[in-house]
Ligand binder design. Structure first.
Ligand SMILES: NC(=O)c1ccc[n+]([C@@H]2O[C@H](COP(=O)([O-])OP(=O)(O)OC[C@H]3O[C@@H](n4cnc5c(N)ncnc54)[C@H](O)[C@@H]3O)[C@@H](O)[C@H]2O)c1
Length: 440
């Protein structure tokens, strides 16, 4: 059975991936793509590069690589660009980030050197713990216009057919939507009036949308998820998504919690703490910036466990999240989870998870997949919130009135079924009856 509803343009020409923020995550992403092109390393963790998708019945034996199944931009077609408050090239920034070995860096040095950050839109009101010289001046409106000009110039100079933007900048201070975020007119008036309520990341998102460039938000700050942008993106055919790359502890949480819930085991406490010492950790050391991260991390368990529907199991769950800035560890984060669970007749048990992860190594393939899939979405005429990419986010955006889906396995099924639908193949339901009940 096929249900061909979408048609998409083939991925011809070059795809430019623009990252506001060229720190640990962005440079690890760029270095990895170049290393993969050269055959120096494999793009492990990237579904678009290494994942497969089953088509038809299990007995059909059809399991192509996703990149062979749909027309996706290939690694060879990608051009890199970005902005940062520090003028360091991607090579210098990668060396400072300390994520990759000297050997890997040496293998991609020349290409990384060629990627130089454009001048950033920055505000110390939103990020206090860092300051840099590579910034634009003028009113917010002038800065937004300058960003739009950067985007157009990059596209022309690099001869790109299409662009996508993935926010890889530091986490901004917590803020709630206000009047300037309600409509595009209000936002533009806010830009002209230099409104304090407009965060730099929102200026990038604005510039991207106006240039019809899909925007994905890898940080937890309020950025593209404001009413003005959601409406504009939907009306103007621009895919958007966010927020906060799902790596490390939250990834583990959305793997373990759905498993415990599916076996209807109770949980009354989940304590998560971790230490990290990179620049991201330094920014998160400010309570206002940590609050943004905390909000994004805390939402996960509630939606996976649905305590309102399972009060005996989850209504008394105490969920605590903590991040400590600890420079000696650099990008090599260590996370501890203590989970207090209970089973048959209420008997308590404990689970301890100690994850010695590498933040940027987990985030880099997400940047790549979000860029490639956002481009596919745009070529397919999909617009506005791309819920099918929830798989990659800690706090996924969803249409008003829908709760976000956090369960990694539901997210994975959603993503793959969307790809099947785009291609015109039947969705896979995993009912389990098809092979045993002769419906003929
Ligand atoms: N690494 C992970 O596992 C992970 C997971 C989820 C989310 N994130 C988020 O991704 C983002 C990047 O993480 P990172 O480890 O690369 O951090 P980083 O500090 O190494 O890099 C961020 C870069 O953004 C730059 N920057 C800040 N404000 C900017 C602006 N307005 N315009 C342009 N550049 C700006 C900084 O100068 C810095 O170089 C952070 O917000 C982080 O919270 C990372």
């Amino acid at each position: 059975m096929t249900n061909k509803k979408y048609t998409f343009q083939p991925a011809t020409g070059k795809l430019g991936i623009l990252t506001p923020g060229m720190g640990a995550v962005a440079t690890t992403f760029i270095a990895g793509v170049i290393a993969a092109r050269k055959g120096v390393a494999k793009p492990i963790g990237s579904l678009t590069q290494m994942g497969r998708i089953r088509i038809g019945k299990r007995t059909d034996g059809k399991n192509p690589l996703i990149k062979d199944y749909l027309s996706l931009a290939s690694l060879e077609q990608i051009e890199f660009g970005g902005w940062d408050i520090f003028p360091d090239s991607a090579y210098e920034a990668a060396v400072k980030a300390g994520v990759l070995s000297n050997e890997h860096l040496a293998s991609v040095k020349e290409e990384l050197h060629a990627v130089k950050p454009m001048k950033a839109v920055f505000s110390e009101k939103y990020i206090k713990n860092i300051t840099g010289p590579n910034v634009k001046t003028g009113t917010l409106w002038e800065k937004a216009e300058a960003l739009r000009e950067d985007i157009r110039k990059f596209k022309t100079e690099k001869k790109c057919e299409r662009l996508v933007m993935v926010w890889c900048g530091s986490t901004e201070a917590f803020c709630k939507p206000s009047q300037v975020h309600t409509t595009m007119e209000a936002f533009e008036a806010g830009l002209k009036a230099n409104s304090e309520d407009i965060a730099p990341s929102q200026v990038y998102a604005y510039a991207a949308l106006k240039e019809k460039v899909p925007f994905a938000n890898g940080a937890p700050n309020l950025t593209v998820d404001i009413p003005a942008f959601i409406k504009y993106a939907t009306e103007n055919g621009v895919p958007i998504g966010g927020r906060d790359f799902k790596t490390g502890q939250t990834l583990m949480k959305t793997i373990v919690a759905p498993g415990l819930k599916s076996r209807v085991l109770g949980i009354n406490g989940w304590f998560s703490t971790n230490i990290l010492g990179n620049r991201d950790g330094a920014v998160l050391d400010d309570p206002a910036n940590f609050k943004t991260k905390e909000e994004s991390k805390l939402g996960v368990l509630d939606t996976v466990l649905q305590p309102d529907q399972y009060p005996d199991l989850y209504a008394n769950l105490y969920h605590k999240v903590n991040i400590e800035y600890y420079p000696p560890r650099g990008d090599n984060k260590e996370g501890w989870d203590n989970i207090d669970i209970f089973g048959w007749m209420g008997y308590p048990m404990q689970i301890k998870i100690n994850f010695l992860c590498r933040d940027s190594i987990l985030a880099a393939p997400i940047v790549l997949d979000l860029a490639i899939f956002s481009d596919l979405a745009q070529r397919s005429g999909m617009k506005g919130i791309q819920e099918w990419m929830s798989f990659y986010y800690k706090a996924p955006m969803a249409k008003e009135g829908l709760y976000p889906e956090h369960d990694l396995f539901i997210q994975s099924m959603k993503l793959k079924n969307t790809l099947r639908t785009l291609k015109g193949d039947a969705e896979i339901t995993h009912t389990g009856l098809d092979y045993y009940e002769d419906k003929a």
